[in-house]
Design a protein around this ligand. Structure first.
Ligand code: SF4
Length: 379
């Protein structure tokens, strides 16, 4: 069983906080890029370890995959179906922006085989959408949810963002309330981060942008946790909340260390074998990717993981999930006890950041608030 990630790198504009492999474009070579994806899928299906697998989840991410026509998405799904057995209950997610052009395509995406939609709402306040440099407005964000429902999507994720410069606690609680009124199956709430090489990073350094205070950021995180719990959502990953039976199966695969194949510009793949695991990455620039995938080799780099890297990834991916990691599974994979390889765990337990719960090692409520700092120690 494997998960399949398809990267579509084009966006209407480049948001100033974004460090994804995405490119602002007025026009994009949709036919050539789709043909390159189909060529790469055909090639990967003949390669170890992908030749002998069943596809369990498919995720169209980006960039903005909803800029593509449904017929292109359909061609890619057809190529996947020709190359591999696909699970009968396959989860097929597509990321979409709430723009009106994209909304017109939602029904066709559903008909093409997409059965889960992830809408990048981000905020329901016009001033904050402007700060984020997003092209959609509040009205488009609101109608996108209704349009998605009318198009037949009964599995919907809505993304919201907090700790945006200038955002008030009231704005955040309004956004969370309004979002939950739509009763999405899944909610992802991310705090804005200042990634190196982005305009936001430079603007923070020059003082042009004032990051929100830590107290406000923590309050916003606690608020969304409480509101989602009250509305019946399970907080199952640091930033993710789901109604019963609606966790993101594709993303859970990453956190649980399952194999995934990524196709498209700059996409990464991971397999737990041989050795301690192997990672691949494709050429990042779309033009270079199109040329290399068409010629039959999109891979730019391959890395065989060292024991230390694999043992660290097991921890910081697994601990993202609220039910944490299984020490027995760690021993089975690495042949040593978890706390022997990661002696810092004992200190985190003593200090109240990690705990044993139901036979697993998990972050405490206190640990959740400083998770990134804890993860950094495993590297
Ligand atoms: S739409 Fe998404 S992928 Fe594209 S630039 Fe903005 S944040 Fe990045």
């Amino acid at each position: 069983m494997a998960s399949l990630y398809i990267h579509i790198p084009y966006c209407a504009v480049k948001c100033p906080y974004c460090d994804f492999n995405s490119y602002a474009a007025r026009e994009w070579p949709e036919d050539a890029y789709t043909a390159a994806l189909v060529a790469e899928l055909q090639t990967r299906a003949t390669e170890t370890p992908w030749s002998d697998t069943t596809i369990e989840t498919i995720f169209f991410g980006g960039g903005t995959p909803s800029l593509f026509q449904a017929s292109s998405i359909g061609q890619i799904l057809d190529a996947i179906g020709r190359a591999w057995p696909v699970a009968a209950d396959v989860e097929v997610t597509l990321e979409a922006n709430p723009g009106s052009a994209e909304q017109a395509r939602l029904r066709d995406f559903r008909l093409a085989g997409v059965n889960r939609l992830s809408l990048g709402i981000q905020s329901l306040h016009e001033d904050l959408l402007t700060t984020l440099g997003r092209v959609h407005g509040v009205e488009e964000a609101r109608t996108a949810v209704d349009t998605a429902r009318a198009a037949g999507f009964d599995n919907l994720n809505l993304d919201l963002m907090f700790a945006i410069p200038g955002q008030t606690r009231t704005q955040w609680s309004d956004d969370v309330r309004a979002l939950l009124q739509h009763q999405p199956e899944h909610v992802a709430a991310y705090n804005l981060t200042y990634e190196p090489q982005t305009p936001f990073h430079a603007w923070r350094a020059s003082g042009e942008v004032q990051p929100l205070g830590e107290d406000d950021e923590l309050w916003m995180y606690e608020h969304v946790r409480a509101a989602c719990a009250e509305a019946g959502y399970d907080h199952y990953e640091i930033s993710n909340f789901a109604r019963p039976g609606h966790t993101a199966r594709h993303n859970r695969g990453y956190w649980e260390g399952r194999d995934y194949l990524g196709v498209g510009a700059g996409a990464h793949s991971y397999a737990s074998h041989p050795g301690w695991g192997r990672r691949w990455s494709n050429h990042r620039l779309p033009e270079r990717y199109i040329a290399s995938a068409t010629a039959g080799d999109a891979t730019a780099a391959t890395e065989d993981l060292a024991f230390e890297t694999a043992a660290a990834e097991f921890m910081f991916l697994g601990l993202r999930q609220l039910d944490g990691v299984d020490p027995t599974a760690f021993h089975a994979r690495f042949g040593q006890d978890l706390e022997e390889v990661h002696p810092e765990v004992a200190t985190f337990r003593t200090d109240g950041f990690l705990e044993h719960r139901a036979g697993r090692l998990t972050l405490t409520n206190r640990g959740l608030l400083v998770a990134d700092a804890i993860f950094a120690t495993f590297l």
